[in-house]
Ligand binder design. Sequence first.
Ligand code: CIZ
Length: 311
Amino acid sequence: MSLDLFLDDSELTARIQELKRERHAVILAHSYERPEVQDIADYVGDSLELSRLAAKTDADVIVFCSVHFMAETAKILSPQKTVLLPAAEAGCPLADMITPAQLEAEKARHPGAAVVAYVNCSAEIKAMADVCCTSANALQVVNAMPQEEILFVPDQHLGRFVQKQTHKKMILWAGCCPTHQRMKIKDILDLKKQHPEAEVVVHPESNEDICNLADAVLSTSQMLRYCQASPAKTFIIGTEMGMLHRLRTAMPDKTFLQPSKGLICPNMKMTQLEDVYESLKELQFRIEIPEPIRIKALKALDGMLAAVPAK
Ligand code: CIZ
């Protein structure tokens, strides 16, 4: 770490803004990032919202404060831009739960199935899929496929959530998000006892028993809109704790409660203000994707956008 990093947060923020202008850069932060990182970002959102913004911006450099697969998605959509991931080690255990060789073997076992890949996967897996989906549009994407059989990778819980609402035959890959798995039904029930008036809003990566008792099962972008529209004043939020900062910032008059201390993603928390500064200063760590993989992955992302056009 360089010596000029012995700065307080406000000095560091000023340096980041300066470098951002010099580099003609934009800073994007996922809703699961640390509060101070969300606060210095130009935009905070979910992975697809941010990748779409990255594709539209005229900035030359995109600093994507998140995990590897999300920065990769931005690079797939914007190959001509410099896409930087400030914390090189920030990966996603869910994305790592399926390898190209495993998917190849599973595809061979189900030759008639369409492969629908949740965006939480590597560029290689996206390249092998027929189409991608997000947690906000998974059901619509699955229903839009011409095939009756769907091989859904890598998140079993999002897959099961869709399976319950579709007539399609779904084959679910057994991946899961370790952060959402740490949330237990008892955590929700205990908090609900203390706050009976609270609405329970959870992410579809959560366990089935939790989804069953929730008032709403929603992606992070949907959660924001849902809480804004709801007359309720108190919400129990079953997803990574960074989302609470986003909700509290957007709705300071409402109360957002965290059901479990385990809802913290160590990968999302790797990016600190110092990393953002170093990233802009050194133009690190650049995301590169071999062109043949990028082209195929782009086809799967475009397939999703065609099936469910952006609002
Ligand atoms: O795709 C994303 O951004 C994730 C991981 C969750 C969500 O619901 O937004």
